[in-house]
Write a protein that binds this ligand. Structure first.
Ligand SMILES: NC(=O)c1ccc[n+]([C@@H]2O[C@H](COP(=O)([O-])OP(=O)(O)OC[C@H]3O[C@@H](n4cnc5c(N)ncnc54)[C@H](O)[C@@H]3O)[C@@H](O)[C@H]2O)c1
Length: 255
């Protein structure tokens, strides 16, 4: 198993992409630490994984809180002795023009999506430095590269993650630590459902969305899970400081 004996922390893991990543890493042999703000969702997610024979620990944590990140990493080390993979995946989004976005919404998005990942990296890096190795994955988005008019602040936070990735990869590469962003197009999770629900006809809106994709399909959370397993594994040992786009061809399209 390509992640055998590895320990992986995934944030925002109670559902959606985070749960699919934790599940795929667990299936690949990792012991997984799932972190989320929602305790109920977290308990259900961990039970689901354990029922499939995956070693899983749930930690309730708000990634926007620096102390929660320190506690999250400490609990993982206390239970499993090391952290090989840290996947900063938790994020929130509000769909609104910038002029209709409140200062509170801007602050929350920056605190969770960008500062949350920074605090997570800050908490885990000393552990990875002691180990002389580790992999940091950051869930960004194609919105970091192409204009998505409905999510200006969210897009800015995702662009910030791509810059964070390059800086960490160059500073910590000599210590055996890799850092990569995963940049999905539209993935079939609650976040996407919330976006489609703004349309008077969500079914038609989804069909129209799918039609814009050269492969004629949206991305499933499991697609991200498989990619994350590869990037976390030694098969990706020469991949760092870069962005991996997984978007069924969306950003290749201009006309
Ligand atoms: N769904 C998409 O189309 C899509 C596309 C590109 C990128 N992404 C990114 O993928 C990641 C996962 O998105 P998703 O679609 O699974 O979303 P989701 O809303 O289904 O799940 C997000 C999870 O993060 C948790 N979370 C939110 N705030 C948190 C906090 N402060 N601390 C800890 N956990 C918190 C939520 O409770 C939830 O379990 C996000 O970074 C998102 O920006 C999603």
């Amino acid at each position: 198993m390509i992640l055998g004996n590895r320990v992986a922390i995934v944030t925002g893991a109670a559902r959606g992409i985070g749960l699919a990543v934790a599940s795929a890493m667990g299936e690949a042999g990792a012991r997984v630490v799932l972190a989320d703000v929602t305790t109920d969702g977290l308990d259900a997610a961990c039970s689901q994984l354990r029922a499939r024979g995956i070693e899983a620990l749930g930690v309730t944590a708000n990634v926007a809180d620096p102390d929660d990140n320190v506690r999250l990493v400490a609990q993982a080390v206390e239970r499993y002795g090391r952290v090989d993979v840290f996947h900063a995946n938790a994020a929130i989004v509000s769909f609104a023009d910038l002029l209709e976005t409140s200062a509170r919404q801007i602050g929350d998005a920056l605190a969770v999506n960008l500062e949350g990942a920074i605090h997570g990296c800050r908490a885990v890096l000393p552990v990875m430095q002691r180990q002389r190795g580790g992999v940091i994955l950051l869930t960004a988005s194609v919105a970091a590269f192409v204009g998505e008019p409905t999510v200006p602040v969210y897009s800015a936070t995702k662009g910030g993650l791509t810059a964070l990735c390059r800086s960490l990869a160059t500073r910590h590469g000599p210590e055996g630590i890799r850092c990569v962003t995963i940049c999905p197009g539209d993935v079939t999770t609650r976040m996407l459902e919330d976006y489609l629900a703004r349309d008077p006809d969500p079914v038609a809106a989804r069909s129209a969305m799918e039609a814009r994709y050269p492969l004629g399909r949206l991305i499933e959370p499991e697609d991200i899970g498989r990619l994350a397993v590869f990037l976390a594994s030694d098969h990706a040992r020469c991949i760092t400081g870069t962005d991996v786009i997984i978007d069924a061809g969306l950003t290749a399209r201009c006309y």
